[in-house]
Design a protein around this ligand. Structure first.
Ligand code: ATP
Length: 354
């Protein structure tokens, strides 16, 4: 009982292969334009890829290999798509909206209503059954939309940022609800929120430029990110380069760090990454001496509040960050455009193959 997809869409630079176990939920994350919605559209049958193949529990969703042109219509795929907006039928009440799927699939009116009541109860929305969508809050409508998606008994649930359109009070409730309903289901959830990945998914898949750049259990990816995007999610500084005997070389930059939790020596000359938290970076106005430390000359791009600290951003695109106290920032007289030194103890830098 698996789901597999391999699909390429040339004009979007999209080429992804993915598979999911029987009750597995994955979170798909990535920058804007990375191809997350494209992935869901291909699986749901809303977009025809140029090549590839997908199967869900033995059913072929599409097979475009070797001149075959098999294509299953969206409503026969056994997938259900939950979008950012609930997209309920405005002229039907909540119960009728949820009953619509089972009814279209051939259930009797009575059975479809019974099923709809069950799924409304499952999302704690029984009392909303007679309301029309215009009489529901955003969070309530999204709960009804979840019930509607579940009532179709999909083999694969596709969720496209389901919390994105909700206010900050409604989102936690829906997140808790999804945690319960996704526990025994197969689902793909697109999200920009690392909390969703941690709470709802068994695995996170990072998409960048139409390709999977890394994937794994969410905790592992956050602890040892191998892509700049995942490092950003984990709030870590990230330098990519090649491994040397003592650290990592990235252009002119040499980063010294720790790799003692890895078995055996690091593969010298191979691609690697250096990762360190902004809280481990100190800022100096002149070159610091003392070993073993990293000292990088950088230009400040931005200063911004970050909790009770100031996040000093520097380097190209502001990709390096240092968290220092407001007092230290004031004492140093920091401002954008200034040339300073970011200093990091080698013990705070993790280096591993990338
Ligand atoms: N309807 C479309 N026609 C042509 N190209 C498109 C269309 N929709 C998206 N694209 C392109 O396909 C690529 C992937 O876009 P997609 O919407 O899948 O990304 P995304 O990861 O969902 O982004 P976001 O987080 O902004 O929603 C982008 O280069 C985008 O410009």
């Amino acid at each position: 009982m698996t789901f597999t997809v391999q699909a390429a869409v040339a004009d979007r630079g999209f080429d992804v292969s993915l598979s999911l176990g029987a009750a597995e939920t994955i979170a798909v994350m990535g920058p804007n334009g990375a191809g997350k919605s494209t992935l869901l559209a291909v699986i749901a049958g809303l977009l025809h890829p140029d090549s590839g193949m997908a199967q869900l529990d033995g059913r072929t969703l599409f097979d475009l290999e070797d001149g075959r042109g098999e294509w299953t219509a969206p409503h026969h795929r056994g997938t259900a798509l939950l979008a950012q907006e609930p997209l309920l039928f405005p002229h039907l009440n909540a119960l009728e909206n949820v009953a619509f799927g089972p009814r279209s699939a051939g259930a009797s009116k009575q059975d479809a209503r019974k099923s709809a009541k069950h799924w409304l109860a499952e999302v704690e929305a029984e009392e909303l059954q007679s309301r029309r969508p215009s009489e529901l809050s955003g969070g309530q409508a999204q709960r009804v939309a979840v019930a509607r998606a579940l009532a179709a008994d999909p083999g694969l649930l596709l969720l496209d940022e389901p919390m994105a359109a909700l206010d900050i009070h409604a989102a936690p409730l829906l997140r808790r609800l999804l945690k319960r309903v996704l526990a025994r289901r197969r689902a793909i959830i697109i999200t920009h929120d690392v909390l969703d990945a941690l709470m709802l998914a068994d695995r996170v898949v990072i998409l960048e430029d139409g390709r999977i750049s890394e994937q794994g259990p969410t905790r592992d990816v956050l602890q040892r990110p191998r892509s700049r995007f995942a490092a950003g999610l984990a709030g870590l500084n990230f330098v990519a380069g090649s491994i040397t005997a003592h650290g990592l070389q990235a252009g002119d930059l040499i980063v010294y760090g720790q790799h003692d939790d890895l078995p055996g020596p690091l593969p010298v000359g191979q691609p690697g990454v250096a990762v360190f938290p902004p809280s481990a970076v100190s800022v100096f106005l002149s070159q610091a001496h003392g070993s073993p430390r990293n000292s990088f000359a950088v230009t400040i791009t931005d200063l911004e509040p970050h909790g009770d600290r100031i996040r000093v951003r520097a380097g190209e695109g502001g990709q390096l960050g240092a968290d220092i106290t407001p007092e230290a920032s004031a004492d140093l007289g920091l401002s954008p455009g200034m040339r300073v030194y970011f200093v990091i103890k080698a013990g705070a830098v993790s280096i591993y193959p990338g």
